[in-house]
Design a protein around this ligand. Structure first.
Ligand code: BGC
Length: 394
């Protein structure tokens, strides 16, 4: 467990990637609900996304950085509001844009995984009720159908929805200003069922039209740890927050696990506040690298035979040595979970670049720093360190 990490730590063919989201990096997604919200005079969004890190134009440089460091896989987002800026109006230019990114990734030896929905919605869709609309599933599938030229350009894997369990909490998180100090709220039951139905319909549609794709979704999974006597309470706590979403993905080609920290649960089923003396990250979460192994072990128990991919893991820190320390611990705990039987097929680090963290610019998750005025990218030592651990490509 304490052996140095090396390219043989994980098996040949293990996916080795970085992850990035569309809205957090592209910039100027004028037709999205988050853009609308951030530009309102009474907006509760503290810091605007604005130009983000201009990845909409600088994606070739971003791909160069990932491929040049040694990564073999690249997870990025497609922004629905760019593909369909108005109801039923598909932008051929936007399709061509994402197609070029896929082709650019393949040309550099990177296998593309695309995310179809990562928190942002087209404003026209959100304005009429968002996921609660009667036609939500039909509208989403129409968008998925429109993506055919992108998906056929060399995409290997699709994450349908990023963190559906967080999507189902968004109404509550918007009310409390995103405060997670008392733990994750219980996801809205109706939204939970909508997310599951939309995902199932999307998997079916993609399998029918693009049988070469591996399809799954990425669930936010914390390492929930039971305080003494709290085993049953912890299971009950986890059930609506992530397990119902993991179970709904059984039988998919993979289930994405996205983990950052742990949560300790007491016998009354409440999240215990982290020890104030513990190290905390720039997002205020406990610095707890081994969360990844714990989350993967629990996810594996829930999904049974369905393979897992770590589709996000990382840390917000201004100290890159801490990023290496965190990721070392996370990867060791992941390897140990695999040794104990978890079927994990890959690891994507969040994030390739420092980017907009949903209302804040402060927390930096990137392996690469970005100057917000010039958009110049400067690799941190962690980029080459992590890239050099890439397992052999099969
Ligand atoms: C999200 C990312 C976010 C990251 C760190 C995940 O919840 O998918 O968009 O930046 O965690 O907070």
């Amino acid at each position: 467990m304490n052996q140095p990490l090396s390219p043989s730590t994980f098996p040949p063919g293990f996916l080795w990637g970085t992850a990035i989201g569309s809205h957090q990096s592209e910039g100027n997604n004028h037709a999205s609900d988050w853009w609308y919200r951030e530009t309102q005079p009474d907006s509760r969004i503290a810091e605007r996304c604005g130009d983000a890190i201009d990845s909409y134009h600088r994606w070739p440089e971003d791909l160069d950085l990932a491929a040049g460091a040694g990564f073999t896989d690249y997870r990025f987002g497609i922004e629905w509001s760019r593909i369909e800026p108005a109801d039923g109006q598909v932008s051929r230019a936007a399709l061509a844009h994402y197609r070029r990114i896929v082709e650019g990734a393949v040309a550099r030896g990177l296998r593309p995984m695309v995310t179809l929905h990562h928190f942002t919605l087209p404003l026209w869709f959100a304005a009429e009720g968002g996921w609660q609309r009667a036609d939500a599933e039909e509208r989403f599938l129409r968008y998925v159908d429109a993506l055919a030229p992108v998906l056929e350009a060399g995409v290997n894997r699709v994450e349908t929805i990023n963190e559906p369990n967080i999507v189902a909490c968004l109404p509550q998180l918007e009310q409390n200003g995103g405060d997670l100090s008392a733990g994750l709220p219980v996801p809205d039951e109706k939204l939970t069922q909508i997310m599951i139905a939309v995902h199932r319909a999307t998997v079916e549609r993609l399998r029918a039209r693009h049988p070469h794709l591996e399809v799954g979704w990425g669930v936010s999974v914390q390492d929930y740890q039971a305080e003494p006597g709290a085993e049953a309470a912890t299971d009950a706590y986890a059930e609506p927050r992530d397990q119902v979403f993991l179970r709904a993905a059984k039988g998919d080609d993979f289930v994405g696990v996205q983990t950052y920290t742990r949560g300790r649960i007491d016998p009354a089923g409440r999240a215990v506040a982290p020890d104030p003396a513990a190290q905390h990250t720039m997002t205020g979460w406990e610095f707890y690298p081994h969360a990844l192994g714990g989350a993967v072990r629990r996810a594996a128990r829930v999904v049974g035979d369905t393979p897992l991919i770590v589709t996000e893991n990382g840390v917000a820190t201004a100290d890159d040595a801490d990023r290496v320390r965190y990721t070392t611990g996370a990867l060791r705990s992941l390897r140990a979970a695999m040794d104990d039987g978890a079927d994990v097929r890959g690891y994507f680090h969040w994030s390739l670049l420092d980017n907009w963290e949903w209302g804040q610019w402060g927390p930096t998750f990137g392996l690469v720093a970005v100057d917000r005025t010039t958009f110049a990218r400067t690799p941190k030592p962690s980029l080459s360190w992590l890239g050099a651990l890439a397992p052999a490509k099969s």
